[in-house]
Design a protein around this ligand. Structure first.
Ligand code: GCO
Ligand code: MG
Length: 402
């Protein structure tokens, strides 16, 4: 069997997605997600112009060799664009392998290690009262884990809070929207939110919070400490993670667990955090960290050091990525949690899939391969729309992490 055709499909059913379709000379095809929110066309060009021509004629079952060929062969290693492109190829090849073997991908990864994939949803609201209503809605749907984000008094808008509660999409304009941020206002407010949520929902609901890289280590340590009475499952991305030593300070000062990794692309980005046990959950994902093959390598390293997975699953990762993530989630021994932001009806129609939610768990499809498809005709009806992620400025105008 040989690779005969490689197509890059860019579509915008409510938001932009880049999908790679690898077709073999025997007509079997596989899909991979290559979406990099706000920088989609860079990955589309990388795949179309630089990768697709190299794949024609290759044996699709040589998954590891193809990964190494694209990683080492480019000379220019790592980075979100390169690694999303490699991820798409890798994911599509696993899909083909599953279809050829007649098995869902998770069985090729060693089979089930659990009965279902525990997911967390996003409860958000401008006020604490709003957020309590949202948490209740998730609890009613059977969720065992809920991420809680609220507005901050005195700030016009805050990350994670949206009018459309279910389909949060921060990339809202071609030129980035500018938000204003105040660490002082934020730190003064967040503990009171979790106090109310714990009081209302009791001790067993898993609660999470995303700081979105906005604090310094000492500020993050203070936040972690002030949240300890509310026993969070994790505090996510407390600081920008380029400087990994910073996590030692947070670690020394709080027992609030830490989750990091959605902007990481390789095992080298998280190796120190994992090896020194500076984090509790690694949140890299299939699409941005080199596909199923590389993510499994990261999770295996994590397993050695008591670190569990917490895969990123925002709506900017397509149903192809979600399908791939679920096969890994159900198979690995050190699974922690899977983020699950639902896609819109238009997105789901473009990407028909067999994974499904019931009672707090997602289940991967049982059909051969990943169990996800793309309706190319429908996809063609949704042309690309430029959309950037927002930026953040302090009250004095200084640019801050968003
Ligand atoms: C999350 C993330 C997302 C990101 C988004 C950027 O934890 O779900 O932080 O909300 O902001 O994926 O494109
Ligand atoms: Mg996040």
């Amino acid at each position: 069997m040989k690779i005969a055709d490689v197509r890059v499909i860019v579509t915008c059913p409510d938001r932009n997605f880049v999908t790679l379709k690898i077709v073999t000379d025997e007509g079997v095809y596989g899909l991979g997600d290559a979406t990099l929110n706000g920088r989609e066309l860079a990955v589309a060009s990388y795949l179309r112009d630089h990768v697709a021509p190299l794949l024609i004629g290759r044996d699709p079952s040589r998954i590891e060799d193809t990964w190494q060929y694209l990683y080492k062969g480019a000379y220019w290693r790592r980075g979100p664009v390169t690694m999303s492109a490699i991820a798409a190829v890798d994911t599509a090849l696993w899909d083909i392998l599953g279809k050829v073997a007649g098995l869902p991908v998770y069985k090729l990864l060693g089979g089930r290690s659990r009965d279902g994939v525990t997911v967390y949803g996003h409860a958000n609201g401008e006020t604490v009262d709003d957020v309590l209503v949202e948490v209740a809605r998730y609890v009613e749907m059977g969720y065992r884990a809920v991420r809680v984000q609220t507005g901050v008094p005195g700030l016009a808008s805050t990350y994670g809070v949206s009018h459309d509660k279910t389909f949060y999409e921060p990339a809202d304009a071609a030129v980035p929207t500018e938000n204003v941020w105040s660490t002082e206002r934020y730190l003064a407010h967040v503990p009171s939110v979790f106090a109310r949520v714990r009081e209302e929902f009791g001790p067993t609901l898993k609660l999470l919070h995303d700081v979105h890289h906005r604090l310094t280590p000492i500020e993050a340590a203070r936040l972690g400490k002030s949240l300890e009475p509310y026993a969070l499952t994790w505090m996510e991305d407390p600081v920008p993670a380029e400087l990994q030593e910073g996590f030692r300070l947070i670690r020394r000062n709080t027992t609030t667990p830490i989750a990091v990794g959605e902007v990481f692309n390789t095992i080298w980005d998280c190796e120190q955090l994992i090896r020194e046990q500076l984090i509790d959950y690694i949140r890299t994902t299939v699409v941005h960290a080199g596909g199923i093959s590389h993510l499994r390598r990261i999770f295996d390293l994590a397993a050695l050091h008591h670190v569990r997975s917490g895969s990123h699953g925002a709506t900017d990762l397509s149903p192809v990525c979600m399908a791939a993530a679920l096969h890994l989630d159900v198979a690995i021994p050190n699974f922690g949690l899977q983020e699950y932001m639902r896609h819109t009806e238009a997105t789901d129609a473009v990407f028909p899939h067999g994974y499904h939610y019931a009672g707090g768990y997602l289940q991967p499809a049982e059909t051969p391969g990943l169990g996800v498809d793309i309706d190319e005709e429908l996809a063609a009806q949704y042309p690309y729309r430029p959309a950037s992620l927002p930026v953040n400025r302090l009250e004095d105008g200084t640019l801050h992490s968003w």
